[in-house]
Design a protein around this ligand. Structure first.
Ligand code: CA
Ligand code: CA
Length: 86
């Protein structure tokens, strides 16, 4: 499964569940530090999109969408990634 497909799944799930990017972000950011780390992304994607990804796939996703290279995904990075997947 490629990054684009995963982001499209998330975007579709968001639409179906009538969530905004902020809603999706808060679903994923379970410790509320305003950044999504690997484990949060892993759990979040399985919860929201029903996809169980490997740790390698999770690091691939984070590396691809983490534009400021802090190894976490912030709301801006998530928004850009979702928009690029359309
Ligand atoms: Ca977090
Ligand atoms: Ca980042």
């Amino acid at each position: 499964m490629e990054l684009n497909q995963i982001m499209k799944k998330l975007a579709t799930a968001m639409k179906e569940q009538k969530m905004s990017v902020a809603d999706l972000f808060s679903q994923l950011d379970t410790d509320n530090d305003n950044r999504i780390n690997g484990p949060e992304l892993h759990k979040g994607i399985s919860k929201v999109a029903g996809e169980f990804l490997s740790p390698d796939q999770i690091s691939m996703i984070i590396q691809s969408i983490d534009t400021d290279s802090d190894n976490r995904v912030d709301m801006y990075e998530l928004r850009v990634a979702l928009e690029n997947a359309k």
